[in-house]
Design a protein around this ligand. Structure first.
Ligand SMILES: [Zn+2]
Length: 365
């Protein structure tokens, strides 16, 4: 199994499946299709040059479990697309995020094909997670191409701990207008940049966002970041327009709709408000039966306890949450995601395989 996972991961790393290389995205989807084409059901979708491949073992697009992986990676130096092995470590772009876990999913799916078992399991591979998943997981779920009771997403967390909660996200733009005049006669103008700044501080002081240092150890609270502010054109002119881009994160039980309403109540009527993107918060109850089976599987394979943890950043789990589908996220051991020297531990990928295999067996009972 070790060699199979290694070889599959080497194949995947060598395909330059980055956003600006559509050929690579097509090629990597083709690769998975060819490996899994004898599954009881296999489908492929394309939207805006992004491909998704889905295989299921009960012959239906609705399964109890779906494993979810993305085959695209962020760009890197050419040498990072040539995998290297050093002891237990495999180096290469996507080794951990997440061609390593995808190699495990491919190997497991292939094993299920060979066994001929009609299990209630699906595998979804996408090619646009690094650019927001709009044409991959989001598309496939919104169109109801597939459904499941529980999603397993090996794309986050640390050291096999189980990520069971994620913050919701709301990115938005606020545009303010004023009245331009010469910088020496400010009383005749109305400064749009100052208006934007006021809106930002009204939000920041609204009570929705604890101030840092907040004293809350895990920072499991709403946050706000002013990421970009533009406006005006010259030092000696009062600006008549300005816009700012704000990144807010929020926690359950707030929903996107409720949170957006709260934000909007701080936006003055003469300003424009536009949502750029959003995602629901994720929260899998600790007694979810699939989650419990995953915890058992991990602990049996690793022979140690793992914890439930929370994730600040948005993951593909948000799209499942929107559909009311609970999920778990877990990672094998590795490091330097998106950086030079990205690596994954091959023995931990083997463990991930054993965990997933055990989990599939347990959920088939
Ligand atoms: Zn904090």
């Amino acid at each position: 199994m070790r060699d199979n996972i290694k070889n599959t991961l080497f194949d995947l790393i060598r395909i330059k499946s980055v956003e600006n290389n559509p050929q690579g995205l097509m090629e990597v989807a083709e690769y998975v299709w060819n490996r899994l084409k004898h599954a009881p059901l296999i489908k492929k979708w394309e939207r805006n040059g992004k491909y998704s491949v889905y295989a299921s073992f009960n012959g239906s697009t609705t399964t109890k479990i779906v494993f979810v992986g993305h085959l695209d990676v962020v760009d890197a130096e050419p040498e990072q697309f040539e995998p290297k092995i050093d002891g237990d470590r495999i180096y290469g772009r996507g080794a951990l995020d997440m061609k390593g876990p995808c190699a495990v999913m491919i190997e497991l799916a292939e094993k299920l094909i060979k066994s001929g078992n009609k299990l209630d399991v699906g595998f979804l591979f996408t090619t646009d997670e690094e650019v927001g998943s709009e044409n991959g997981v989001a598309y496939v779920l919104k169109e109801n191409f597939i459904s499941a009771e529980f999603a397993v997403i090996p794309d986050g967390g640390v050291n096999f701990n189980l990520v069971v909660a994620g913050k919701g996200v709301l990115h938005f733009k606020v545009k303010c207008y004023g009245k331009a005049t010469h910088g020496s006669r400010v009383w005749e103008g109305d400064n749009a940049i100052e208006k934007c700044i006021k809106v930002f501080y009204d939000l920041k002081k609204s009570g929705l966002f604890p101030e840092e240092p907040c004293g809350i150890e895990d920072h499991w609270h709403n946050t706000i970041n002013l990421g970009r502010l533009t406006g005006g054109d010259s030092v000696n002119r009062v600006p008549d327009h300005a816009e700012m881009y704000i990144d807010t994160r929020f926690i359950a039980p707030l929903t996107v709709k409720e949170f957006t309403e709260k934000i909007k109540s701080y936006i003055p009527e003469d300003a424009e408000f536009e949502v750029i993107s959003y995602g629901e918060p994720v929260e899998t109850p600790p007694d979810n039966p699939y989650l419990l089976k995953m915890k058992e599987s991990v602990e049996e394979v690793l022979k140690r306890e793992v914890k439930y943890v929370k994730e600040h950043g948005a993951t593909d789990a948000r799209f499942f949450a929107e559909k009311g589908i609970n999920s778990v996220i877990l990672y094998p051991i590795g490091g330097n995601i998106h950086g030079k020297g990205e690596w994954v531990s091959l023995s931990s990928l083997e463990n991930l395989f054993l965990i997933f295999e055990k989990f599939v067996e347990k959920t088939a009972e």
